[in-house]
Design a protein around this ligand. Structure first.
Ligand code: HEM
Ligand code: HEM
Length: 221
């Protein structure tokens, strides 16, 4: 059967990571807003998000082609050149994250890591505190709680920009970025396919277990 050639860009672990992370972030925000008894679930969702984030850092080193940081992290000059190309309509679709998308990915990962890490030391002055709050002074815990509360707005801004960018590519550039994050495949771009076989998936499961183990160790101190 002929047709547009498909290229595997996002391996299954990266796709599962993405949708699970998005779901957990929504759960974390909702449970924190409702508060009360839901704070138990806020902490659990936060731990799971932290485990996923640690997994993604490992996957950025040991994952398949387009998931690797060395593949998509570019310097400022590449980002500026991409922005210029975008303005003049010359930014060709590419497999993997484009230089601007890469920036947004790094910003989201960093903001989420700050959010989950500060949460571990946070307190709500009523009944809930993070499992590591007991290891720092009250004023340090209060400070990290303030960071946790302020950083939520950084997160909302980044996620809003993220979703707006996907819509921009869809409507203005006629590039569908969403489908590849579901099926794994892009069409109409050149490049080597990402490895997405059973061995890679087992490797991902092992790395996720490592990340989850590290979080479990931290939160049971
Ligand atoms: C990605 C993960 C997380 C997100 C998106 C998130 C988000 C939030 C948000 C939106 C609030 C409400 C702040 C406000 O009242 O304005 C909050 C509060 C809180 N979070 Fe998280 N959080 C995360 C992870 C964690 C973790 C891992 C812990 C602890 C282990 C934690 C502990 C707390 C505590 C104790 C509060 C209450 C602060 C207060 O009301 O004074 N969070 N979080
Ligand atoms: C709380 C919500 C979300 C968070 C925290 C989030 C975070 C991320 C992160 C970290 C990546 C990088 C993936 C990687 O390389 O591992 C990413 C990529 C992506 N996300 Fe989201 N995301 C969220 C919601 C959404 C939603 C609602 C959509 C659908 C419109 C979406 C569509 C995508 C797409 C299409 C990509 C790939 C972009 C590309 O081709 O470069 N995300 N997202």
């Amino acid at each position: 059967m002929s047709g547009t050639p498909r290229l595997r860009v996002w391996d299954l672990p990266t796709r599962l990571f993405h949708w699970a992370l998005a779901l957990l972030v929504v759960c974390s925000v909702v449970t924190a807003q409702v508060g009360g008894l839901w704070m138990d679930w806020h902490l659990r969702a936060g731990y799971a998000a932290l485990a996923l984030l640690l997994f993604r850092l490992l996957w950025g080193v040991f994952g398949s082609r387009y998931a690797r940081f060395t593949q998509f992290v570019r310097g400022p000059s590449a980002v500026l050149a991409y922005l210029r190309a975008l303005r003049t309509g010359g930014a060709a679709p590419q497999a993997g994250h484009n230089p601007l998308g890469a920036l947004s990915v790094l910003a989201m990962l960093a903001a989420l890591l700050v959010q989950a890490a500060t949460g571990l030391f946070a307190n709500d002055a009523i009944a809930t505190e993070g499992p590591l709050a007991k290891f720092v002074s009250g004023s340090t815990s209060d400070f990290l709680t303030r960071v946790h509360k302020l950083n939520q707005y950084v997160l909302y801004t980044l996620v809003a920009l993220h979703v707006a960018a996907i819509a921009f590519y869809r409507v203005i550039k006629r590039e569908d970025l969403l489908r590849p994050m579901i099926t794994g495949d892009r069409t109409g771009v050149a490049g080597e396919p990402a490895r997405d076989d059973l061995a890679m998936r087992l490797r991902a499961a092992l790395l996720l277990a490592l990340a989850a183990g590290a979080v479990a160790y931290l939160v049971t101190r």
